[in-house]
Design a protein around this ligand. Structure first.
Ligand SMILES: Cc1cc2nc3c(=O)[nH]c(=O)nc-3n(C[C@H](O)[C@H](O)[C@H](O)COP(=O)(O)OP(=O)(O)OC[C@H]3O[C@@H](n4cnc5c(N)ncnc54)[C@H](O)[C@@H]3O)c2cc1C
Length: 552
């Protein structure tokens, strides 16, 4: 017999959980369908760093940061670079989202028990003019408890609704088709996958043991993006970024497979901005992988020197942490799909953070004792030291000649010349004697240290890279790491999906990464960071509330 409910949510990631809990709160029945097992509830958000974009928060104010809706909107628009007719709804979502981040987002989360680490991070710092890309001020608020800390309130609410019989989970149920009657979406059907107790994040069995059909008045697609599917990433790779990279690593589990995007498109939904994606350029191969091709992103502070594969320093303002898309564009123009950081032990100790809940046991475990060690320890945080010791992309040497020859051996390309690298590092090092200099990266380091948060835990004291007192020297080979999908299904502000003819498809909603985090791409070309989890919260909430209202 076909099971009938009020609303079906496809995907038990953050966007799906938020939508489902809003539906249950509105007194409606909801079924959450996910292809993975119960152990993977929360999707990508569980693995995330839990960074949230907030504007004019008490945490910012306590650190002396003056922020406002107007400044954040200026930054967002300069970053997004909206330039298409298709950007009509994405732009409306962007404005609404910045309003949410400057308004009720923090209080709404706080009322559910969510807490924030007090030092606000400064991601995507830009370096162009005031109307260009980047955050004018620090806005990256890390969840106390990282990814699991952002999933927890919604999982808790979902479990309560489950107890009351309002919410049902259907794990290991993979949606293969949307059921459509007279142009309205009325349900989903698909395959029941065999039970699999594989650990969270690992690839699970795809063996089919049955089928299912569910019916409802509305279906919300919250199935995530395409980052785990490198074929799809390459197919959607924009011409403006050159040829797709030959070698990439995965910043997301394999279930971020993009399959449901094709299924929803086949049902007539309009997918826009599919060529806009957010992949990182500071990816390192995980020495202790969980999912296939598992890579970790370095969240770098501003001091490492950045060289392309041929040994040329990246041009200003492409410094660590400034402009991810600009860096990707530059790197792809070199004809190689990797680049290098060269730094010192003093820099790695203070400036390397690794994105991912499992890479930050202190913050994830909510341990003040361990977290304080970040500032007081002799070495870098233990997970960073473990990468330094075991990571395939790390080289540690006492002198530059040995470092460069090991870099050549690692890449196998033999493109680096010791004298060329040494000349550039020595020139930069001569700029360290004065706090007022012409090297834009060094100016940037001095600027960063005027912000107390950076000075305390994110920016090393300025020093000469070739001064052995700060050594040993470290080189890191940086790979391209797939992560986020910025385009998605075009939706109105109620998350209702448009069809290819420009009409709303009755009964169909989209949220989270599948909706380009709202509207089909509220980020435009670039992100200010911390905007993806926030985008799941906002679009999931809108979708859940609207679908519950529509279900009579
Ligand atoms: C390591 C890491 C660090 C990150 N750090 C941050 C950060 O600090 N700040 C930030 O803002 N963002 C961060 N992100 C990004 C953010 O976590 C994701 O963009 C977001 O969680 C996506 O949520 P979602 O609900 O849209 O999709 P997902 O989490 O991908 O969930 C989708 C769910 O749908 C299911 N599904 C897919 N297809 C089907 C189908 N056909 N049938 C049934 N089920 C299906 C999947 O199994 C999955 O459970 C990070 C991500 C990672 C991986």
């Amino acid at each position: 017999m076909t099971e009938v409910t009020d609303v079906i949510v496809v995907g038990g990631g953050l966007a799906g959980l938020v939508a489902a809990t809003e539906i249950a709160d509105a007194g409606k029945r909801v079924i959450v369908v996910d292809q993975e097992g119960e152990q993977s509830l929360g999707g990508q958000a569980f693995w995330s760093f839990g960074g949230l974009f907030l504007v004019d928060s008490p945490e910012q104010r306590r650190l002396g940061i003056k922020d406002s809706y107007d400044l954040a909107l200026q930054d967002w628009m300069g970053t997004a670079g909206f330039d298409r007719d298709d950007d009509h709804w994405p732009k409306r979502w962007a404005k609404a989202y910045v309003g949410f981040a400057a308004g009720e987002k923090r209080d709404w989360l706080r009322a559910m028990g969510h807490r924030i680490f007090p030092v606000v991070g400064w991601a995507e710092r830009g370096g162009y003019d005031a109307m260009g890309h980047g955050n004018s001020v620090p806005r990256f608020h890390v969840t106390w408890g990282t990814g699991p800390g952002i999933v927890e309130p919604f999982e808790r609410r979902a479990r309560e609704a489950q107890k009351n019989g309002q919410l049902t989970f259907r794990f290991r149920h993979r949606v293969d088709t949307l059921v459509i009657t007279n142009g309205a979406v009325e349900g989903v059907s698909g395959s029941v996958l065999e039970p699999d107790s594989v650990e969270r994040g690992k690839s699970s069995s795809r063996k089919v043991i049955g089928d299912f059909t569910l019916r409802a008045q509305a279906v919300i697609v919250a199935s995530g993006g395409i980052g785990g599917n490198h074929d799809m990433v390459r197919q959607n790779w924009p011409k403006r970024l050159g040829e797709p990279p030959k070698f990439m690593i995965s910043g997301v589990p394999e279930h971020v497979d993009g399959r449901m995007i094709g299924i929803t498109e086949a049902a007539g939904a309009r997918l826009i901005n599919r060529d806009r994606m957010w992949h990182y350029v500071e990816g390192i191969r995980n020495w202790n992988p969980i999912w296939p091709r598992h890579g970790i992103r370095i969240l770098p502070g501003p001091s490492s020197m950045w060289f392309d594969a041929t040994g040329k320093r990246l041009p200003a303002p492409l410094f660590p942490g400034s402009d991810t898309l600009g860096q990707l564009h530059y790197i792809m123009s070199t004809g190689y799909d990797y680049s290098w950081f060269i730094l010192t032990q003093s820099i790695i100790k203070k400036e390397f953070a690794l994105s991912g809940s499992e890479q930050n046991p202190d913050l994830t475990g909510k341990s003040w004792r361990m977290t304080i060690k970040r500032a007081t320890n002799k070495g870098a945080p233990a997970p960073v030291e473990a990468f330094k010791k075991n990571g395939a992309d790390f080289i540690v040497r006492d002198n530059l000649a040995d470092l460069v020859s090991a870099m050549n051996a690692l890449s196998g390309d033999n493109l680096l010349q010791h004298d060329h690298i040494m000349t550039q590092i020595e020139a930069r090092d001569r700029e360290m004697s004065n706090p007022y200099v012409k090297d834009a990266q060094v100016m940037n380091i001095h600027n960063a240290r005027r912000y107390i948060g950076d000075k305390l835990i994110r920016t090393a004291k300025p020093h000469r890279i070739l001064d052995p007192a700060y050594g040993p020297l470290i080189a890191v080979k940086l790979n391209i790491l797939t992560r986020k999908t910025l385009g998605g299904f075009e939706t109105d502000l109620d998350s209702r999906v448009f069809g290819t003819g420009g009409e709303i498809i009755r009964g169909l909603y989209a949220a989270g990464e599948a909706a380009g985090f709202g509207g089909g791409g509220m980020h435009g070309y670039r992100s200010l960071e911390g905007t993806f989890l926030g985008g799941c919260l906002f679009s999931g909430r809108n979708a859940g509330r609207a679908a519950a209202k529509a279900a009579s």
